[in-house]
Design a protein around this ligand. Structure first.
Ligand SMILES: Nc1ncnc2c1ncn2[C@@H]1O[C@H](COP(=O)(O)OP(=O)(O)OP(=O)(O)O)[C@@H](O)[C@H]1O
Length: 372
């Protein structure tokens, strides 16, 4: 756990970057600091590893006051990831990742073995070990930056806008990889971003700061979206917050409808029977949804091929939020959203009407929760 207790940072020119910050970042969880430019996010983060010294207040790591710790020792227990990855340009990927273990006195062999393990963990091919940073894409460099921060297996990670410098598609992928990785490694992470969508996607807790370095609200994403503490937070969180909040609302009692499906390569006549003249979902041999088939539009008989499929329509994953279910239902040409189980196989479908009813139920639950 990291605890900020009445932490203030006043720069020598009189700028108050952080003002009386009280905040706890729980162990094994991701706490995101978010807010407009200049609100003191980076200053707050860098005070944790003492790249910046607080003017007053205390920052504790576990029970220990960081002010009393040797800064070098403190930093060895804290991984640090920054925008543009900050890799050493003249060192190979493996040597970049192995930098901290080498400082800790690991043998070259052990450090290289660890680098290979981490490359795999962040989803890069082993052959990249001998490349130089300039030979990698921006997204790959960020993965190496994450691997480097994890090298000595620190319990704490500080991440300062790590995904901001890459394009939106790569960014979305890095965010999903981050979530999967964090589920596996369970580090205590403080993550800085100016992007509220990123904050609510990645954070177990989200702390919204306002300019002047004052905490406006710290709460789990769902609470932030549904119960913003004041106008500033409501405004910052944005207009479509109701829709975003659906990501975090559990589907509750929403039951899936049984969805008849035909396997790719089956006869068209079978699809017609299953669909009763309308749309039918086509699945792989493993029952993974592949696309929808409009049997009313098919004149010829023969095998169902990929060329017959309409690929529009997202698939909602088992355990996803109501937003994902609503998106699947609304984007499906049949009006039924396909839902898969944990193994990726078709579990059933939902109609937009059923999802809207579940949204109503979730709202009622949330209101009851707020009232109690
Ligand atoms: N070394 C410094 N000397 C004086 N003022 C500084 C210094 N570093 C930062 N500041 C100021 O402190 C305030 C907070 O800066 P900080 O970088 O922590 O904000 P931030 O929320 O991370 O901003 P951004 O999202 O733009 O990176 C800003 O007004 C900034 O100009």
């Amino acid at each position: 756990m990291i605890r900020f207790e009445q932490v203030t940072k006043c720069y020598p020119d009189g700028t108050v970057a952080v003002d009386g910050l009280d905040l706890t970042a729980p162990s094994g969880r991701t706490t995101v600091l978010v807010g407009p430019s200049g609100c003191g996010k980076t200053t707050s983060l860098r005070m944790v590893n003492r790249l910046i010294e607080p003017s007053s207040g205390t920052i504790r790591l576990g029970e220990r006051d960081t002010a009393g710790m040797d800064p070098a020792e403190l930093r060895r227990g804290i991984g640090y990831v920054i925008q543009h990855a900050g890799l050493f340009p003249h060192r190979t990927v493996a040597d970049n990742i192995a930098a901290v273990p080498r400082l800790l006195g690991w043998t070259r062999r052990r450090a290289r073995a660890r680098a290979a393990e981490l490359l795999e963990l962040v989803g890069l091919p082993a052959s990249y070990a001998d490349r130089y940073p300039a030979q990698l894409s921006g997204g790959q460099q960020q993965r190496v930056g994450v691997a480097r921060a994890l090298a000595a297996d620190p319990p704490v990670m500080l991440m300062d806008e790590p995904f901001s410098a890459v394009d939106p598609v790569v960014r979305a992928r890095l965010q999903q990889e981050f979530l999967a990785l964090q589920r596996e490694i369970g580090k205590t992470i403080v993550f800085v971003t100016h992007d509220i969508a990123e904050a609510v996607t990645l954070g177990d807790r989200v702390a919204v700061l306002r300019v002047g370095g004052r905490l406006a609200q710290a709460a789990p994403p769902h609470e932030l979206l549904t119960r913003p503490a004041d106008d500033f937070v409501a405004d910052f969180v944005g207009r479509d917050r109701g829709y975003r909040a659906l990501d975090f609302a559990a589907p509750g009692e929403l039951e899936l409808d049984e969805e008849p499906a035909v396997v790719l390569g089956s006869e068209m006549s079978e699809a017609r029977r299953a669909a009763d003249g309308g749309w039918v979902l086509v699945v792989s041999a493993e029952r993974t949804p592949l696309g929808w088939l409009d049997t009313g539009a098919q004149r010829a008989d023969g095998e169902i091929g990929r060329e017959h499929l309409v690929l529009g329509g997202t698939v909602a994953e088992h355990g996803g939020g109501l937003r994902e279910l609503l998106d699947a239902a609304l984007s499906s040409p049949s009006g039924r959203g396909a839902v898969t189980g944990p193994d990726g196989a078709l579990a059933g479908s939902v109609t937009p009407e059923a999802v809207v009813r579940a949204i109503g139920a979730a709202r009622a639950r949330s209101a009851a929760g707020a009232a109690s």
